[in-house]
Design a protein. Sequence first.
Length: 321
Amino acid sequence: MVNAREFLTDDEIGRLRRRSNVVGALLVLHAWGVIGAAMALVALWPNPLTLLIGVVVVGGRQLGLAILMHDAAHGLLFRNRRLNDWVGRWLCAYPVATDMDAYRPYHLTHHRLTQQADDPDLVLSAPFPITRASLRRKFIRDLTGQTFFQRRRMQFQDALGPARRPWPERLRRFRARLGAAFAVNVLMAVVLAASGYGYLYPLLWLVPIATWYQLIARVRNIAEHAVVRDDDDPLLNTRTTRAGWLVRLVLAPYRVNYHLEHHLFIFVPCWRLPAAHRLLLAKGYGPRMELQRGYADVLRLAASAPVESRHREGGERSQLI
């Protein structure tokens, strides 16, 4: 873990680490408000263009819910721990079929071992750089739902457990691992159906999470740690990528692009990360930091391999990461 006092004074740390129940609530309301507005757009003016906009915007906010769950996993979404964990689970994680309690220890291990041999997220960055053709195939799998299907199949198989076990036992295991997420999604479908807009659940919840969400989650993973300059330097083994308002709307919600600052200062809520970034630049750390001007630049780096590796491509097919 990085010692924040190597970069910040105690006063700066105190200011950056302050959480806010009001801001936490506004962030969650914003995510669901944008989702609701996108669904209303399609319900009021149903046509291919509004549907496309809806899929992209909702997919972006689904990733936004995952980002807010990530903040809650760090205890940063609300000052009150019980409220933080309840909202993180029920309003952020379960709607996108994620288990925050399983994610938390896994993710903290990633922070402790960033880009080292035992980093559980190393598999997400190790294959890069790859060729443009390989990256294109990944994107096609994402946008056609193949990545979603593979991941959900593995998730359901893991939740059910070994096929040799009795079905009552397997169903109890499933309920413990995915029951809450399943119930939340059923509730969403029922509420939309009862309001007369049942078609919105498959069109503007399942389709976005099976397509656009998969693509931008991949881009996010690439941007954070792939093709960095030095795996052993905390200023260089994690990347911050600049993002304008439109990119933040559809690809990088809730300041997720400030990933270097998050790794340096894991106690800083997502909405204070831009302030941490400005402090680092003001202190002269900019030239030593892994920064990119935009996601297009990151993807050019990620797809800079001149020759396809048969071994690497085989790994991609098996993991679909």
